[in-house]
Structure formats: C-alpha cells, structure tokens
Design a protein around this ligand. Structure first.
Ligand code: ATP
Length: 307
C-alpha cells in the first residue's frame, strides 16, 4: 500500500469573513515531488501554514507523517523541512554562524558534508553575512539549511521567487538530489509552471481556496487538450461535448478546450457535428493551467485519482 505523508481533511480557513481555504481534502504519497499551483491569492501559503500547524484551521484537520498538524511533536518536526516564502533568515549572521545555529536543533541528523557540498556547489562565501547576500544567494543558503538535516518531508513556499533562470535550475537540481534519496517527499508552490513541469511528478491545483486537482502530473497533462475543428459552412450553434471547458468561435472554426475527453469521443463528436477536419493540439502546462482556472470554469477534477 502507498503511504500518505501529508493528508488534509475538510481543511478550511476563514480570515474574518473571507474564505481562504475551502474544505480541502488532499493526499500526498511518500516519494514524490508535488508542485502546488494556483493564482495569486488562491490560498497556497495559507494551506501550507495550516498543514505545518503555523495557523489554526477554522474547520477540518491535517496530518503530517501521521501526526495531527495541531500537535506536531518535536520528533516529527525534526523530520520536516520548511522553506518559507521570502527566505527569512537572521540578516546579521554569517552563513557559518547560521549553520552552527541550525545544526544545534538537529544534533543527530545534520549532514555536514551535504551542507558543505551545497554551499560549494552554489559558490557561496561562508563568512559572508546574510544581509550582504543577494536574494538568490539567500534562497540557496535557505535550501542548504533546510536540506542538511535530511528532512523526510520538505515543504517549500514559492522557493524560487525572484531567482534567475540559472539559479532556479540549480535550486531545482538540489531538490531532485534530495528526492533521489529513498523515501523523501517534496511539496513546493511555484508560479513558474515550466519548473513545475520539469521536476514534479504530481500536482495540486488550488483555485480561490478550492482544491481543483490532486493527481499525477502526467494525468493532468493528458487530460486537458485543445481541439480545433474546421467547418465547410458555419460552425454549429450548440457545442454539447462532455468535458468542455471553453469554446471559442470564428466563422468557420471552433476551438474547444476539453478536460478528460478521450480522443475517440472527440472523433465521434467532430463527425456528428459535421466538422470537415479537426486537430488535437498539445498544450503546455501553463496554458492548461490558465484554461483550467479561467474564471468561467469552476469544474472540480481529479479527486477520484488514486494517489
Ligand atoms: P500568492 O501566490 O499571491 O502568494 P497564495 O496562493 O499563497 O497567494 P494566500 O497568501 O494563502 O494565497 O492568500 C489567500 C487569501 O487569503 C488571499 O485572498 C489573501 O488576501 C488572504 N489572506 C492571506 N493572509 C491573510 C491574513 N493574515 N489576513 C487576512 N487575509 C489574508
């Protein structure tokens, strides 16, 4: 049986009367890299803080490594790494100073070699104070500090925000390095969907606080597609195909975005609608995400998915 390392049940958070996370039921299996995506204000940071027990839910619950988030024991906390949005580090400390400080919290599990290797890999000056580092360098220090205790579960909130493409690539390679060690799990939020596509094997999509997808990346990638149909005369007035997300019309063409509609069904529909020709167009993750979370569409998907 697949082990779940992170699970939420009906997780809900209101800030005053504003609903930020709405009855979220989520399951993350051990050993995956899971991209957590959603538009600005969708509720990612709130959900992450709830999962870590840093915020109290209005309703529902979550469990990390089998332990209720509201009552994470020090022993469980030591098995979890968290990179907060913005990489908040003590600005007056040097990298070496921070290393010593952080190591004291993880006396048994701190991996000196891993920390030293990462600092060298990123080319960081160990004696430099945090306040004299660039944003990217702070992100790298933050990742090294989080990885050195060998966390079993790593949760990162927009860890590559503001980093250039090359540094992001290094950062993501660092993540992959971690996951290659058996049994490690990563959940990370990001707005850079090319990165999510490159490194994730699962994705979670949240939209206005509502969980819209929780599935294997491959499943999401295969499920959302665009079909362009050409008609000799005019396009049909009604489009009644299953899984329709969006329909754009021109005089002789229909452009449909569909979810979960298999190619056979598309062929059948194209035939019955009298299309002269049709093409199924491959979309990248960013286009799929934009179509999937467009305001007109509030379809809930993929929660049936096996984990
Ligand atoms: P982004 O991608 O822009 O960082 P996000 O998906 O992480 O956004 P959250 O920061 O979780 O979104 O915010 C979700 C909603 O909750 C937003 O509408 C935000 O304005 C609101 N919110 C967040 N923190 C608070 C707070 N402390 N008090 C009141 N409202 C808040």
């Amino acid at each position: 049986m697949i082990e779940t390392v992170l699970e939420t049940q009906g997780l809900t958070k209101y800030y005053g009367s504003a609903l930020a996370v709405d009855h979220m039921d989520l399951k993350i299996p051990r050993g995956c890299i899971c991209g957590f995506i959603g538009r600005n204000g969708a509720g990612k940071t709130t959900a992450i803080k709830l999962m870590l027990g840093l915020l109290r839910p209005t309703a529902g619950s979550s469990r990390l490594l089998g332990c209720d988030s509201a009552a994470l024991t020090p022993a469980i906390r030591q098995r979890i790494g968290y990179v907060a949005e913005g990489h908040r580090l003590f600005r007056w400390m040097s990298i070496s100073g921070l290393e010593k400080f952080q190591r004291a919290f993880f006396p048994k599990q701190w991996d000196d070699k891993l920390f030293a290797d990462m600092i060298e890999y990123f080319g960081l000056p160990k004696k430099q104070k945090i306040k004299h580092l660039s944003n990217g360098q702070r992100a790298q220090v933050s990742l090294a500090l989080t990885l050195a205790p060998n966390p079993e579960l790593l949760i990162m909130d927009d860890p590559t925000l503001g980093l250039d493409a090359a540094i992001r690539r290094q950062f993501l390679e660092g993540m992959i390095e971690l996951i290659m060690r058996q049994g490690r799990t990563i959940l990370f939020s990001s707005h850079i969907l090319g990165d999510v596509e490159r490194v994730s094997d699962r994705i979670v999509v949240i939209d206005k606080g509502v969980l819209r997808a929780d599935c294997k990346l491959e499943r999401f990638r295969e499920a959302i597609k665009k079909v362009i149909l050409g008609f000799e005369d005019s396009v049909p007035a009604e489009v009644d195909i299953d899984g329709l997300l969006h329909c754009r019309r021109s005089e002789k063409e229909l452009e449909l975005t569909l979810v979960g509609t298999d190619d056979e069904k598309i062929a059948e529909w194209a035939n019955s609608a009298g299309a002269e020709k049709y093409t199924i167009v491959k979309m990248n993750l960013e286009d799929q995400f934009i179509e999937f979370t467009a305001p007109a569409n509030r379809r809930k998907l993929f929660q049936w998915e096996e984990i």
